[in-house]
Design a protein around this ligand. Structure first.
Ligand SMILES: C[S@@+](CC[C@H](N)C(=O)[O-])C[C@H]1O[C@@H](n2cnc3c(N)ncnc32)[C@H](O)[C@@H]1O
Length: 369
């Protein structure tokens, strides 16, 4: 079996001819040499430094502050974490699409360094911002986060969460979480004021495609002729009553409904993809050449078929913005409730995972220089 929990074996790439671990080669090629070995700090290369209890840090690391050992762990493509309800979870739950701040902190730790700027243009109730603040006390150092959110209620919730959380932390004698910068407005306008190349990590969770509104609109308008091919054809088909639209948060597609949204802002899937791709193209100007763009996106089950939204979104972004998909990580939440909508006639998945698309900037800028 390839996956043995935490006991993945070290790659045998750095073995000598007899199959032994080749420390010289590993050191030369800057992989960690501490695995299962007593560290002899005299053996470290000039660019390596031993960090007590953490392992060897390579000072050429431009991606994060992780030691080699921590980096190796962070290469796992699945994050199997069921985060306990924490950080004023009840209050944040009013949103419906909120992300666990500690999961955000984990991703921020993988794709940024202390002191870096993290931007979330769809900030909701502030999962990313809280995660950036956690990094000060439970990571390698504070990141400065900026959030854009167009619904005032979600901003108020972020502010109340921070206030309450810090009251409780004070009572427990723990240092407070830093307040991050939450800006109210449309990300399309607010991004204009963010200087080019100034953001080290863009971490966000895209607004969902509001398919149930589209459905209503279709009914109200007696359904116009579709020009959008098979997808819209499926939307017009009759859905089985026991196979509702589900997304990985277990909410319906309206859960992050924006009270200030224009009622005419209803999109087909193709329009939603175009809209998102165009926005990411604009956001990317703000991202530094070494930076990353990391996007949460859940797939959906709908009308008896699986909507591979993560793949669709990845392709749409890659074909529009100067970004290259570097990874698709899976956040697996083992605590999610299971459902049995199709039983016993039809297989309907319980969505206990979300995708985390990781993009880096295309090399284009370097070759332009
Ligand atoms: C999926 S939620 C993000 C949830 C967030 N990760 C959290 O932990 O709360 C997407 C958010 O984007 C906001 N949004 C959608 N379109 C926007 C826009 N054009 N500008 C700013 N915010 C927008 C929505 O109001 C919603 O709160």
């Amino acid at each position: 079996m390839a996956d043995d929990g935490d006991r993945h074996r070290q790659s045998r790439l750095f073995t000598d001819d007899d199959g032994g671990f080749d420390a010289d080669r590993a050191r030369d090629e800057s992989l960690p040499v501490e695995d299962g070995e007593v560290i002899d700090t005299d053996d470290l290369a000039d660019h390596q430094r031993y960090v007590e209890d953490r392992g060897i840090y390579d000072e050429r690391n431009r991606v994060n502050d992780l030691t080699g050992k921590e980096w190796k762990y962070a290469t796992k493509s699945v994050l199997p974490e069921g985060y306990p309800p924490a950080v004023q979870h009840d209050l944040r739950s009013e949103h419906g699409g909120q992300k666990p701040p500690r999961l955000c902190a984990e991703l921020i730790g993988r794709f940024s360094k202390a002191g870096d700027i993290v931007l979330d243009p769809f900030a909701g109730v502030g999962g990313t911002l809280l995660g950036a603040s956690f990094c000060e006390h439970e990571g390698t150092g504070l990141r400065n986060a900026i959030g854009f959110e167009r619904t005032r209620r979600w901003i108020e919730i972020y502010e109340t969460v921070l206030e309450r959380e810090n009251e409780e932390r004070r009572e427990r004698g723990e240092p407070p979480l830093a307040e991050q910068e939450m800006q109210h407005g449309d990300c399309v306008d607010l991004i204009e004021d963010v200087p080019e190349d100034s953001v080290d990590l863009l971490l966000t969770d895209v607004p969902y495609w509001h398919m149930d509104e589209l459905e209503q609109t279709r009914n109200e308008r007696e359904t116009r002729e579709s020009k959008l091919g098979s997808f819209d054809g499926a939307a017009g088909a009759t859905g089985a009553p026991d196979t509702p639209e589900t997304d990985p948060d277990g909410r319906n597609a309206n859960a992050d409904a924006d009270s200030e949204r224009d009622p005419d802002d209803r999109q087909t899937k193709a329009e939603w993809l175009d809209d998102m791709a165009g926005k990411f193209d604009r956001f990317t100007d703000a991202v530094a050449p070494d930076g990353h763009v990391v996007v949460f996106i859940g797939d959906m089950y709908r009308e008896q078929s699986y909507e591979f939204l993560s793949a669709d979104l990845a392709r749409a972004i890659e074909s529009t913005a100067p970004l290259t998909l570097a990874a698709n990580l899976i956040w697996y939440d083992p605590t999610k409730d299971l459902h049995v909508y199709g039983y016993p006639f039809s297989y309907v998945p319980s969505m206990v995972h979300q995708n985390v698309l990781v993009f880096r900037l295309e090399d284009e800028r370097e070759s332009d220089d």
